[in-house]
Design a protein around this ligand. Structure first.
Ligand code: NA7
Length: 530
């Protein structure tokens, strides 16, 4: 073997929340591991998405590692919902505390991974030509790490500045006095829009599909609230793991269908006043009962009308083509109020499609707009995008890309038949973004660590998911998604934002508590071990 090949037990791809914890756990098993990270620093999603207003919409005290009580006690969050900068500081704090950096290669973009039948090992190659040889390969590449370039005609002709929320520059971007357009009104767009509206001269919001946006009521962390959480962390974390999303909310337990309209309305109002993504859980049948879903959807639409002064603008902001929760619900930091500002214009691309970008702006079927800066918040090739961009060759030289042509077949959301000793975290087939993802990735890493320990203890060198187990798991994923509003609506959850992408098997929709139970029940029964 050539000297330039580095050998270790485990190669981990990605140094975000998942990859860093995977490194920690591999080390604690006594395995040698190396993390390959394409960015110039650690942090994954929170390294790249540094746009103005970027923040998490899961509460800070919950969107944080649970594996170390010391970290939980030592770290203090300054806001209810942490900003990107604070989360990145937290990730660096954890990396330093556990001295993780020594096993992380930065600026190391993985381009291919090849499985070798002869010794049941993987070779992993980076863009710079580094080669790593490992028994195990863990992809912690992130569910939302491949940004999409929108198919706007003439994008190249625009001579102004173009920024993407997903790869926002590290240096300060001065938008003061500029005429700016933001394309995209998903979670990223709805955060950047209010954040910059006060400094730009004019802001054009280019909206194709309106979203449901619930209030966040972010603010400084209440010291009493933090103290209370910290003194009950173990119990709270344990309770969160028994929910549908690894996240404690004031969730309703009585189906909305069993309640009177008046009681339902009161519950919706109470949940709205609490704010945040808990509104998704106000009734257990919110995403499955058409009447209940309509009630919640109408409720949010009424709130939008109340907040936006101009009735015509309000009307254009109303999501009408799908029900509440059909797409990722966004959490508000003054989004709707932004449209009451004189310098903000909503451009409804459904009524007024962009014909082309011009040198100095964009032209719709109705008007010419002059802008200095275009901000793209156009979303991601979710769940499978990062893996599809790496040439991953498993048994018999079959690539993952080919295997996944009609949908990302997987077993337990972590393994793929024909790709032995390879694992995915927060990829397709698991709960991923439908949950508090920091906890979900901890759980998947724990499962992988348990598996590797079991293999070591029992002298097993190879694990490969069986084809039939994979088929059964994927049929189960389809059954779990049937009837849910998410699966009936076109969005990145279903792959519909990427042309030609199959929306099958992308997410486990049975809730995180059930997912954990299923992992336990399956054990290693669906795998070939050798
Ligand atoms: P999203 O939620 O996928 O939002 C992307 C937005 O960009 C959405 O409003 C799209 O409209 C819009 N888009 C995409 N392509 C176009 C074109 N060609 N023309 C006009 N508008 C377009 O991505 P986010 O980054 O906001 O959020 C993703 C997750 O990241 C989020 O949930 C957090 O977990 C973090 P569309 O809806 O497709 O009509």
């Amino acid at each position: 073997m050539s000297e330039s090949i580095s050998k270790c037990d485990v190669v981990i791809v990605g140094a975000g929340f998942a990859g860093l914890f995977a490194l920690y756990r591999m080390r604690s098993l006594g395995l040698s591991a190396i993390v390959l990270e394409q960015g110039t620093d650690i942090g994954g999603t929170w390294f790249w998405n540094r746009y103005p207003g970027a923040r998490c919409d899961v509460e800070s005290l919950q969107y944080s590692y649970s594996f170390s009580d010391e970290v939980q006690r030592e770290w203090s969050w300054s806001e209810k919902f942490a900003s990107q900068a604070e989360i990145l500081r937290y990730i660096n704090f954890v990396a330093d505390k556990f001295d993780l950096r020594g096993d992380i290669e930065l600026s190391a973009r993985v381009t291919s991974a090849d499985y070798h039948e002869s010794d049941s090992r993987w070779t992993v190659t980076t863009e710079a030509g580094q080669v790593f040889d490992a028994q195990f390969l863990i992809f912690a590449t992130g569910p939302l790490s491949v940004p999409l370039v929108p198919d706007v005609p003439g994008l190249d002709t625009f001579k102004g500045d173009v920024y993407r929320t997903s790869t926002w520059p590290k240096h300060d971007v001065d938008l003061r006095g500029k005429r700016v357009a933001v394309l995209g009104t998903g979670s990223s767009g709805i955060q950047v829009i209010p954040a910059i509206s006060g400094e730009v001269a004019e802001l054009f919001v280019l909206q194709r599909t309106p979203n449901y946006v619930v209030p966040g009521y972010n603010g400084p962390m209440d010291p009493a609230y933090e103290r209370d959480w910290k003194s009950h962390y173990a119990q709270r974390r344990a309770a969160a793991v028994r929910t549908r999303s690894n996240n404690l909310f004031a969730a309703g337990t009585i189906p909305g269908a069993q309640l009177s309209t008046e009681k339902r309305e009161r519950d919706l109002e109470a949940s709205w006043r609490i704010g945040g993504l808990g509104f998704n859980y106000v009734f257990p049948d919110l995403s499955t009962d058409a009447d209940v879903n309509k009630h919640a959807s109408d409720f949010v639409r009424r709130k939008i009308v109340e907040k936006v002064r101009d009735p015509e603008v309000a009307g254009r902001l109303l999501p009408t083509e799908y029900g509440f929760g059909g797409r990722r619900v966004c959490v508000d930091n003054g989004y709707y109020e932004t449209f009451n500002r004189d310098n903000v214009t909503l451009v409804d691309l459904r009524a007024e499609p962009i014909e082309t970008m011009t040198e100095y702006g964009f032209r719709t079927v109705a008007a010419d707009y002059r802008i200095d800066t275009l901000i793209l918040a156009a979303g991601f090739d979710a769940f499978t995008g990062a893996l599809a961009r790496i040439v991953i060759r498993g048994r018999h030289g079959i690539t993952l890309r080919d295997k996944w042509r009609d949908g990302p077949l997987n077993y337990l959301g972590m393994a793929v038949s024909g790709f032995p000793n390879m694992f995915m975290i927060a990829g397709p087939g698991g709960p991923s973004v439908l949950s508090n993802v920091v906890i979900s990735v901890e759980q998947q890493v724990e499962w992988i660590a348990g598996c590797l320990k079991f293999m070591g203890d029992s002298g097993v060198g190879l694990i490969d998911a069986r084809g039939e187990a994979e088929q059964k798991w994927c049929a189960h994923l389809s059954a779990l998604s049937a009837g849910k509003s998410i699966s009936k609506t076109k969005s990145w959850y279903t792959g519909a934002n990427v042309e030609g992408k199959s929306g099958r098997y992308l997410l486990y929709m049975g809730g995180t508590a059930n997912y954990l139970d299923e992992l336990r029940e399956h054990g290693y029964s669906g795998f070939d071990l050798a």
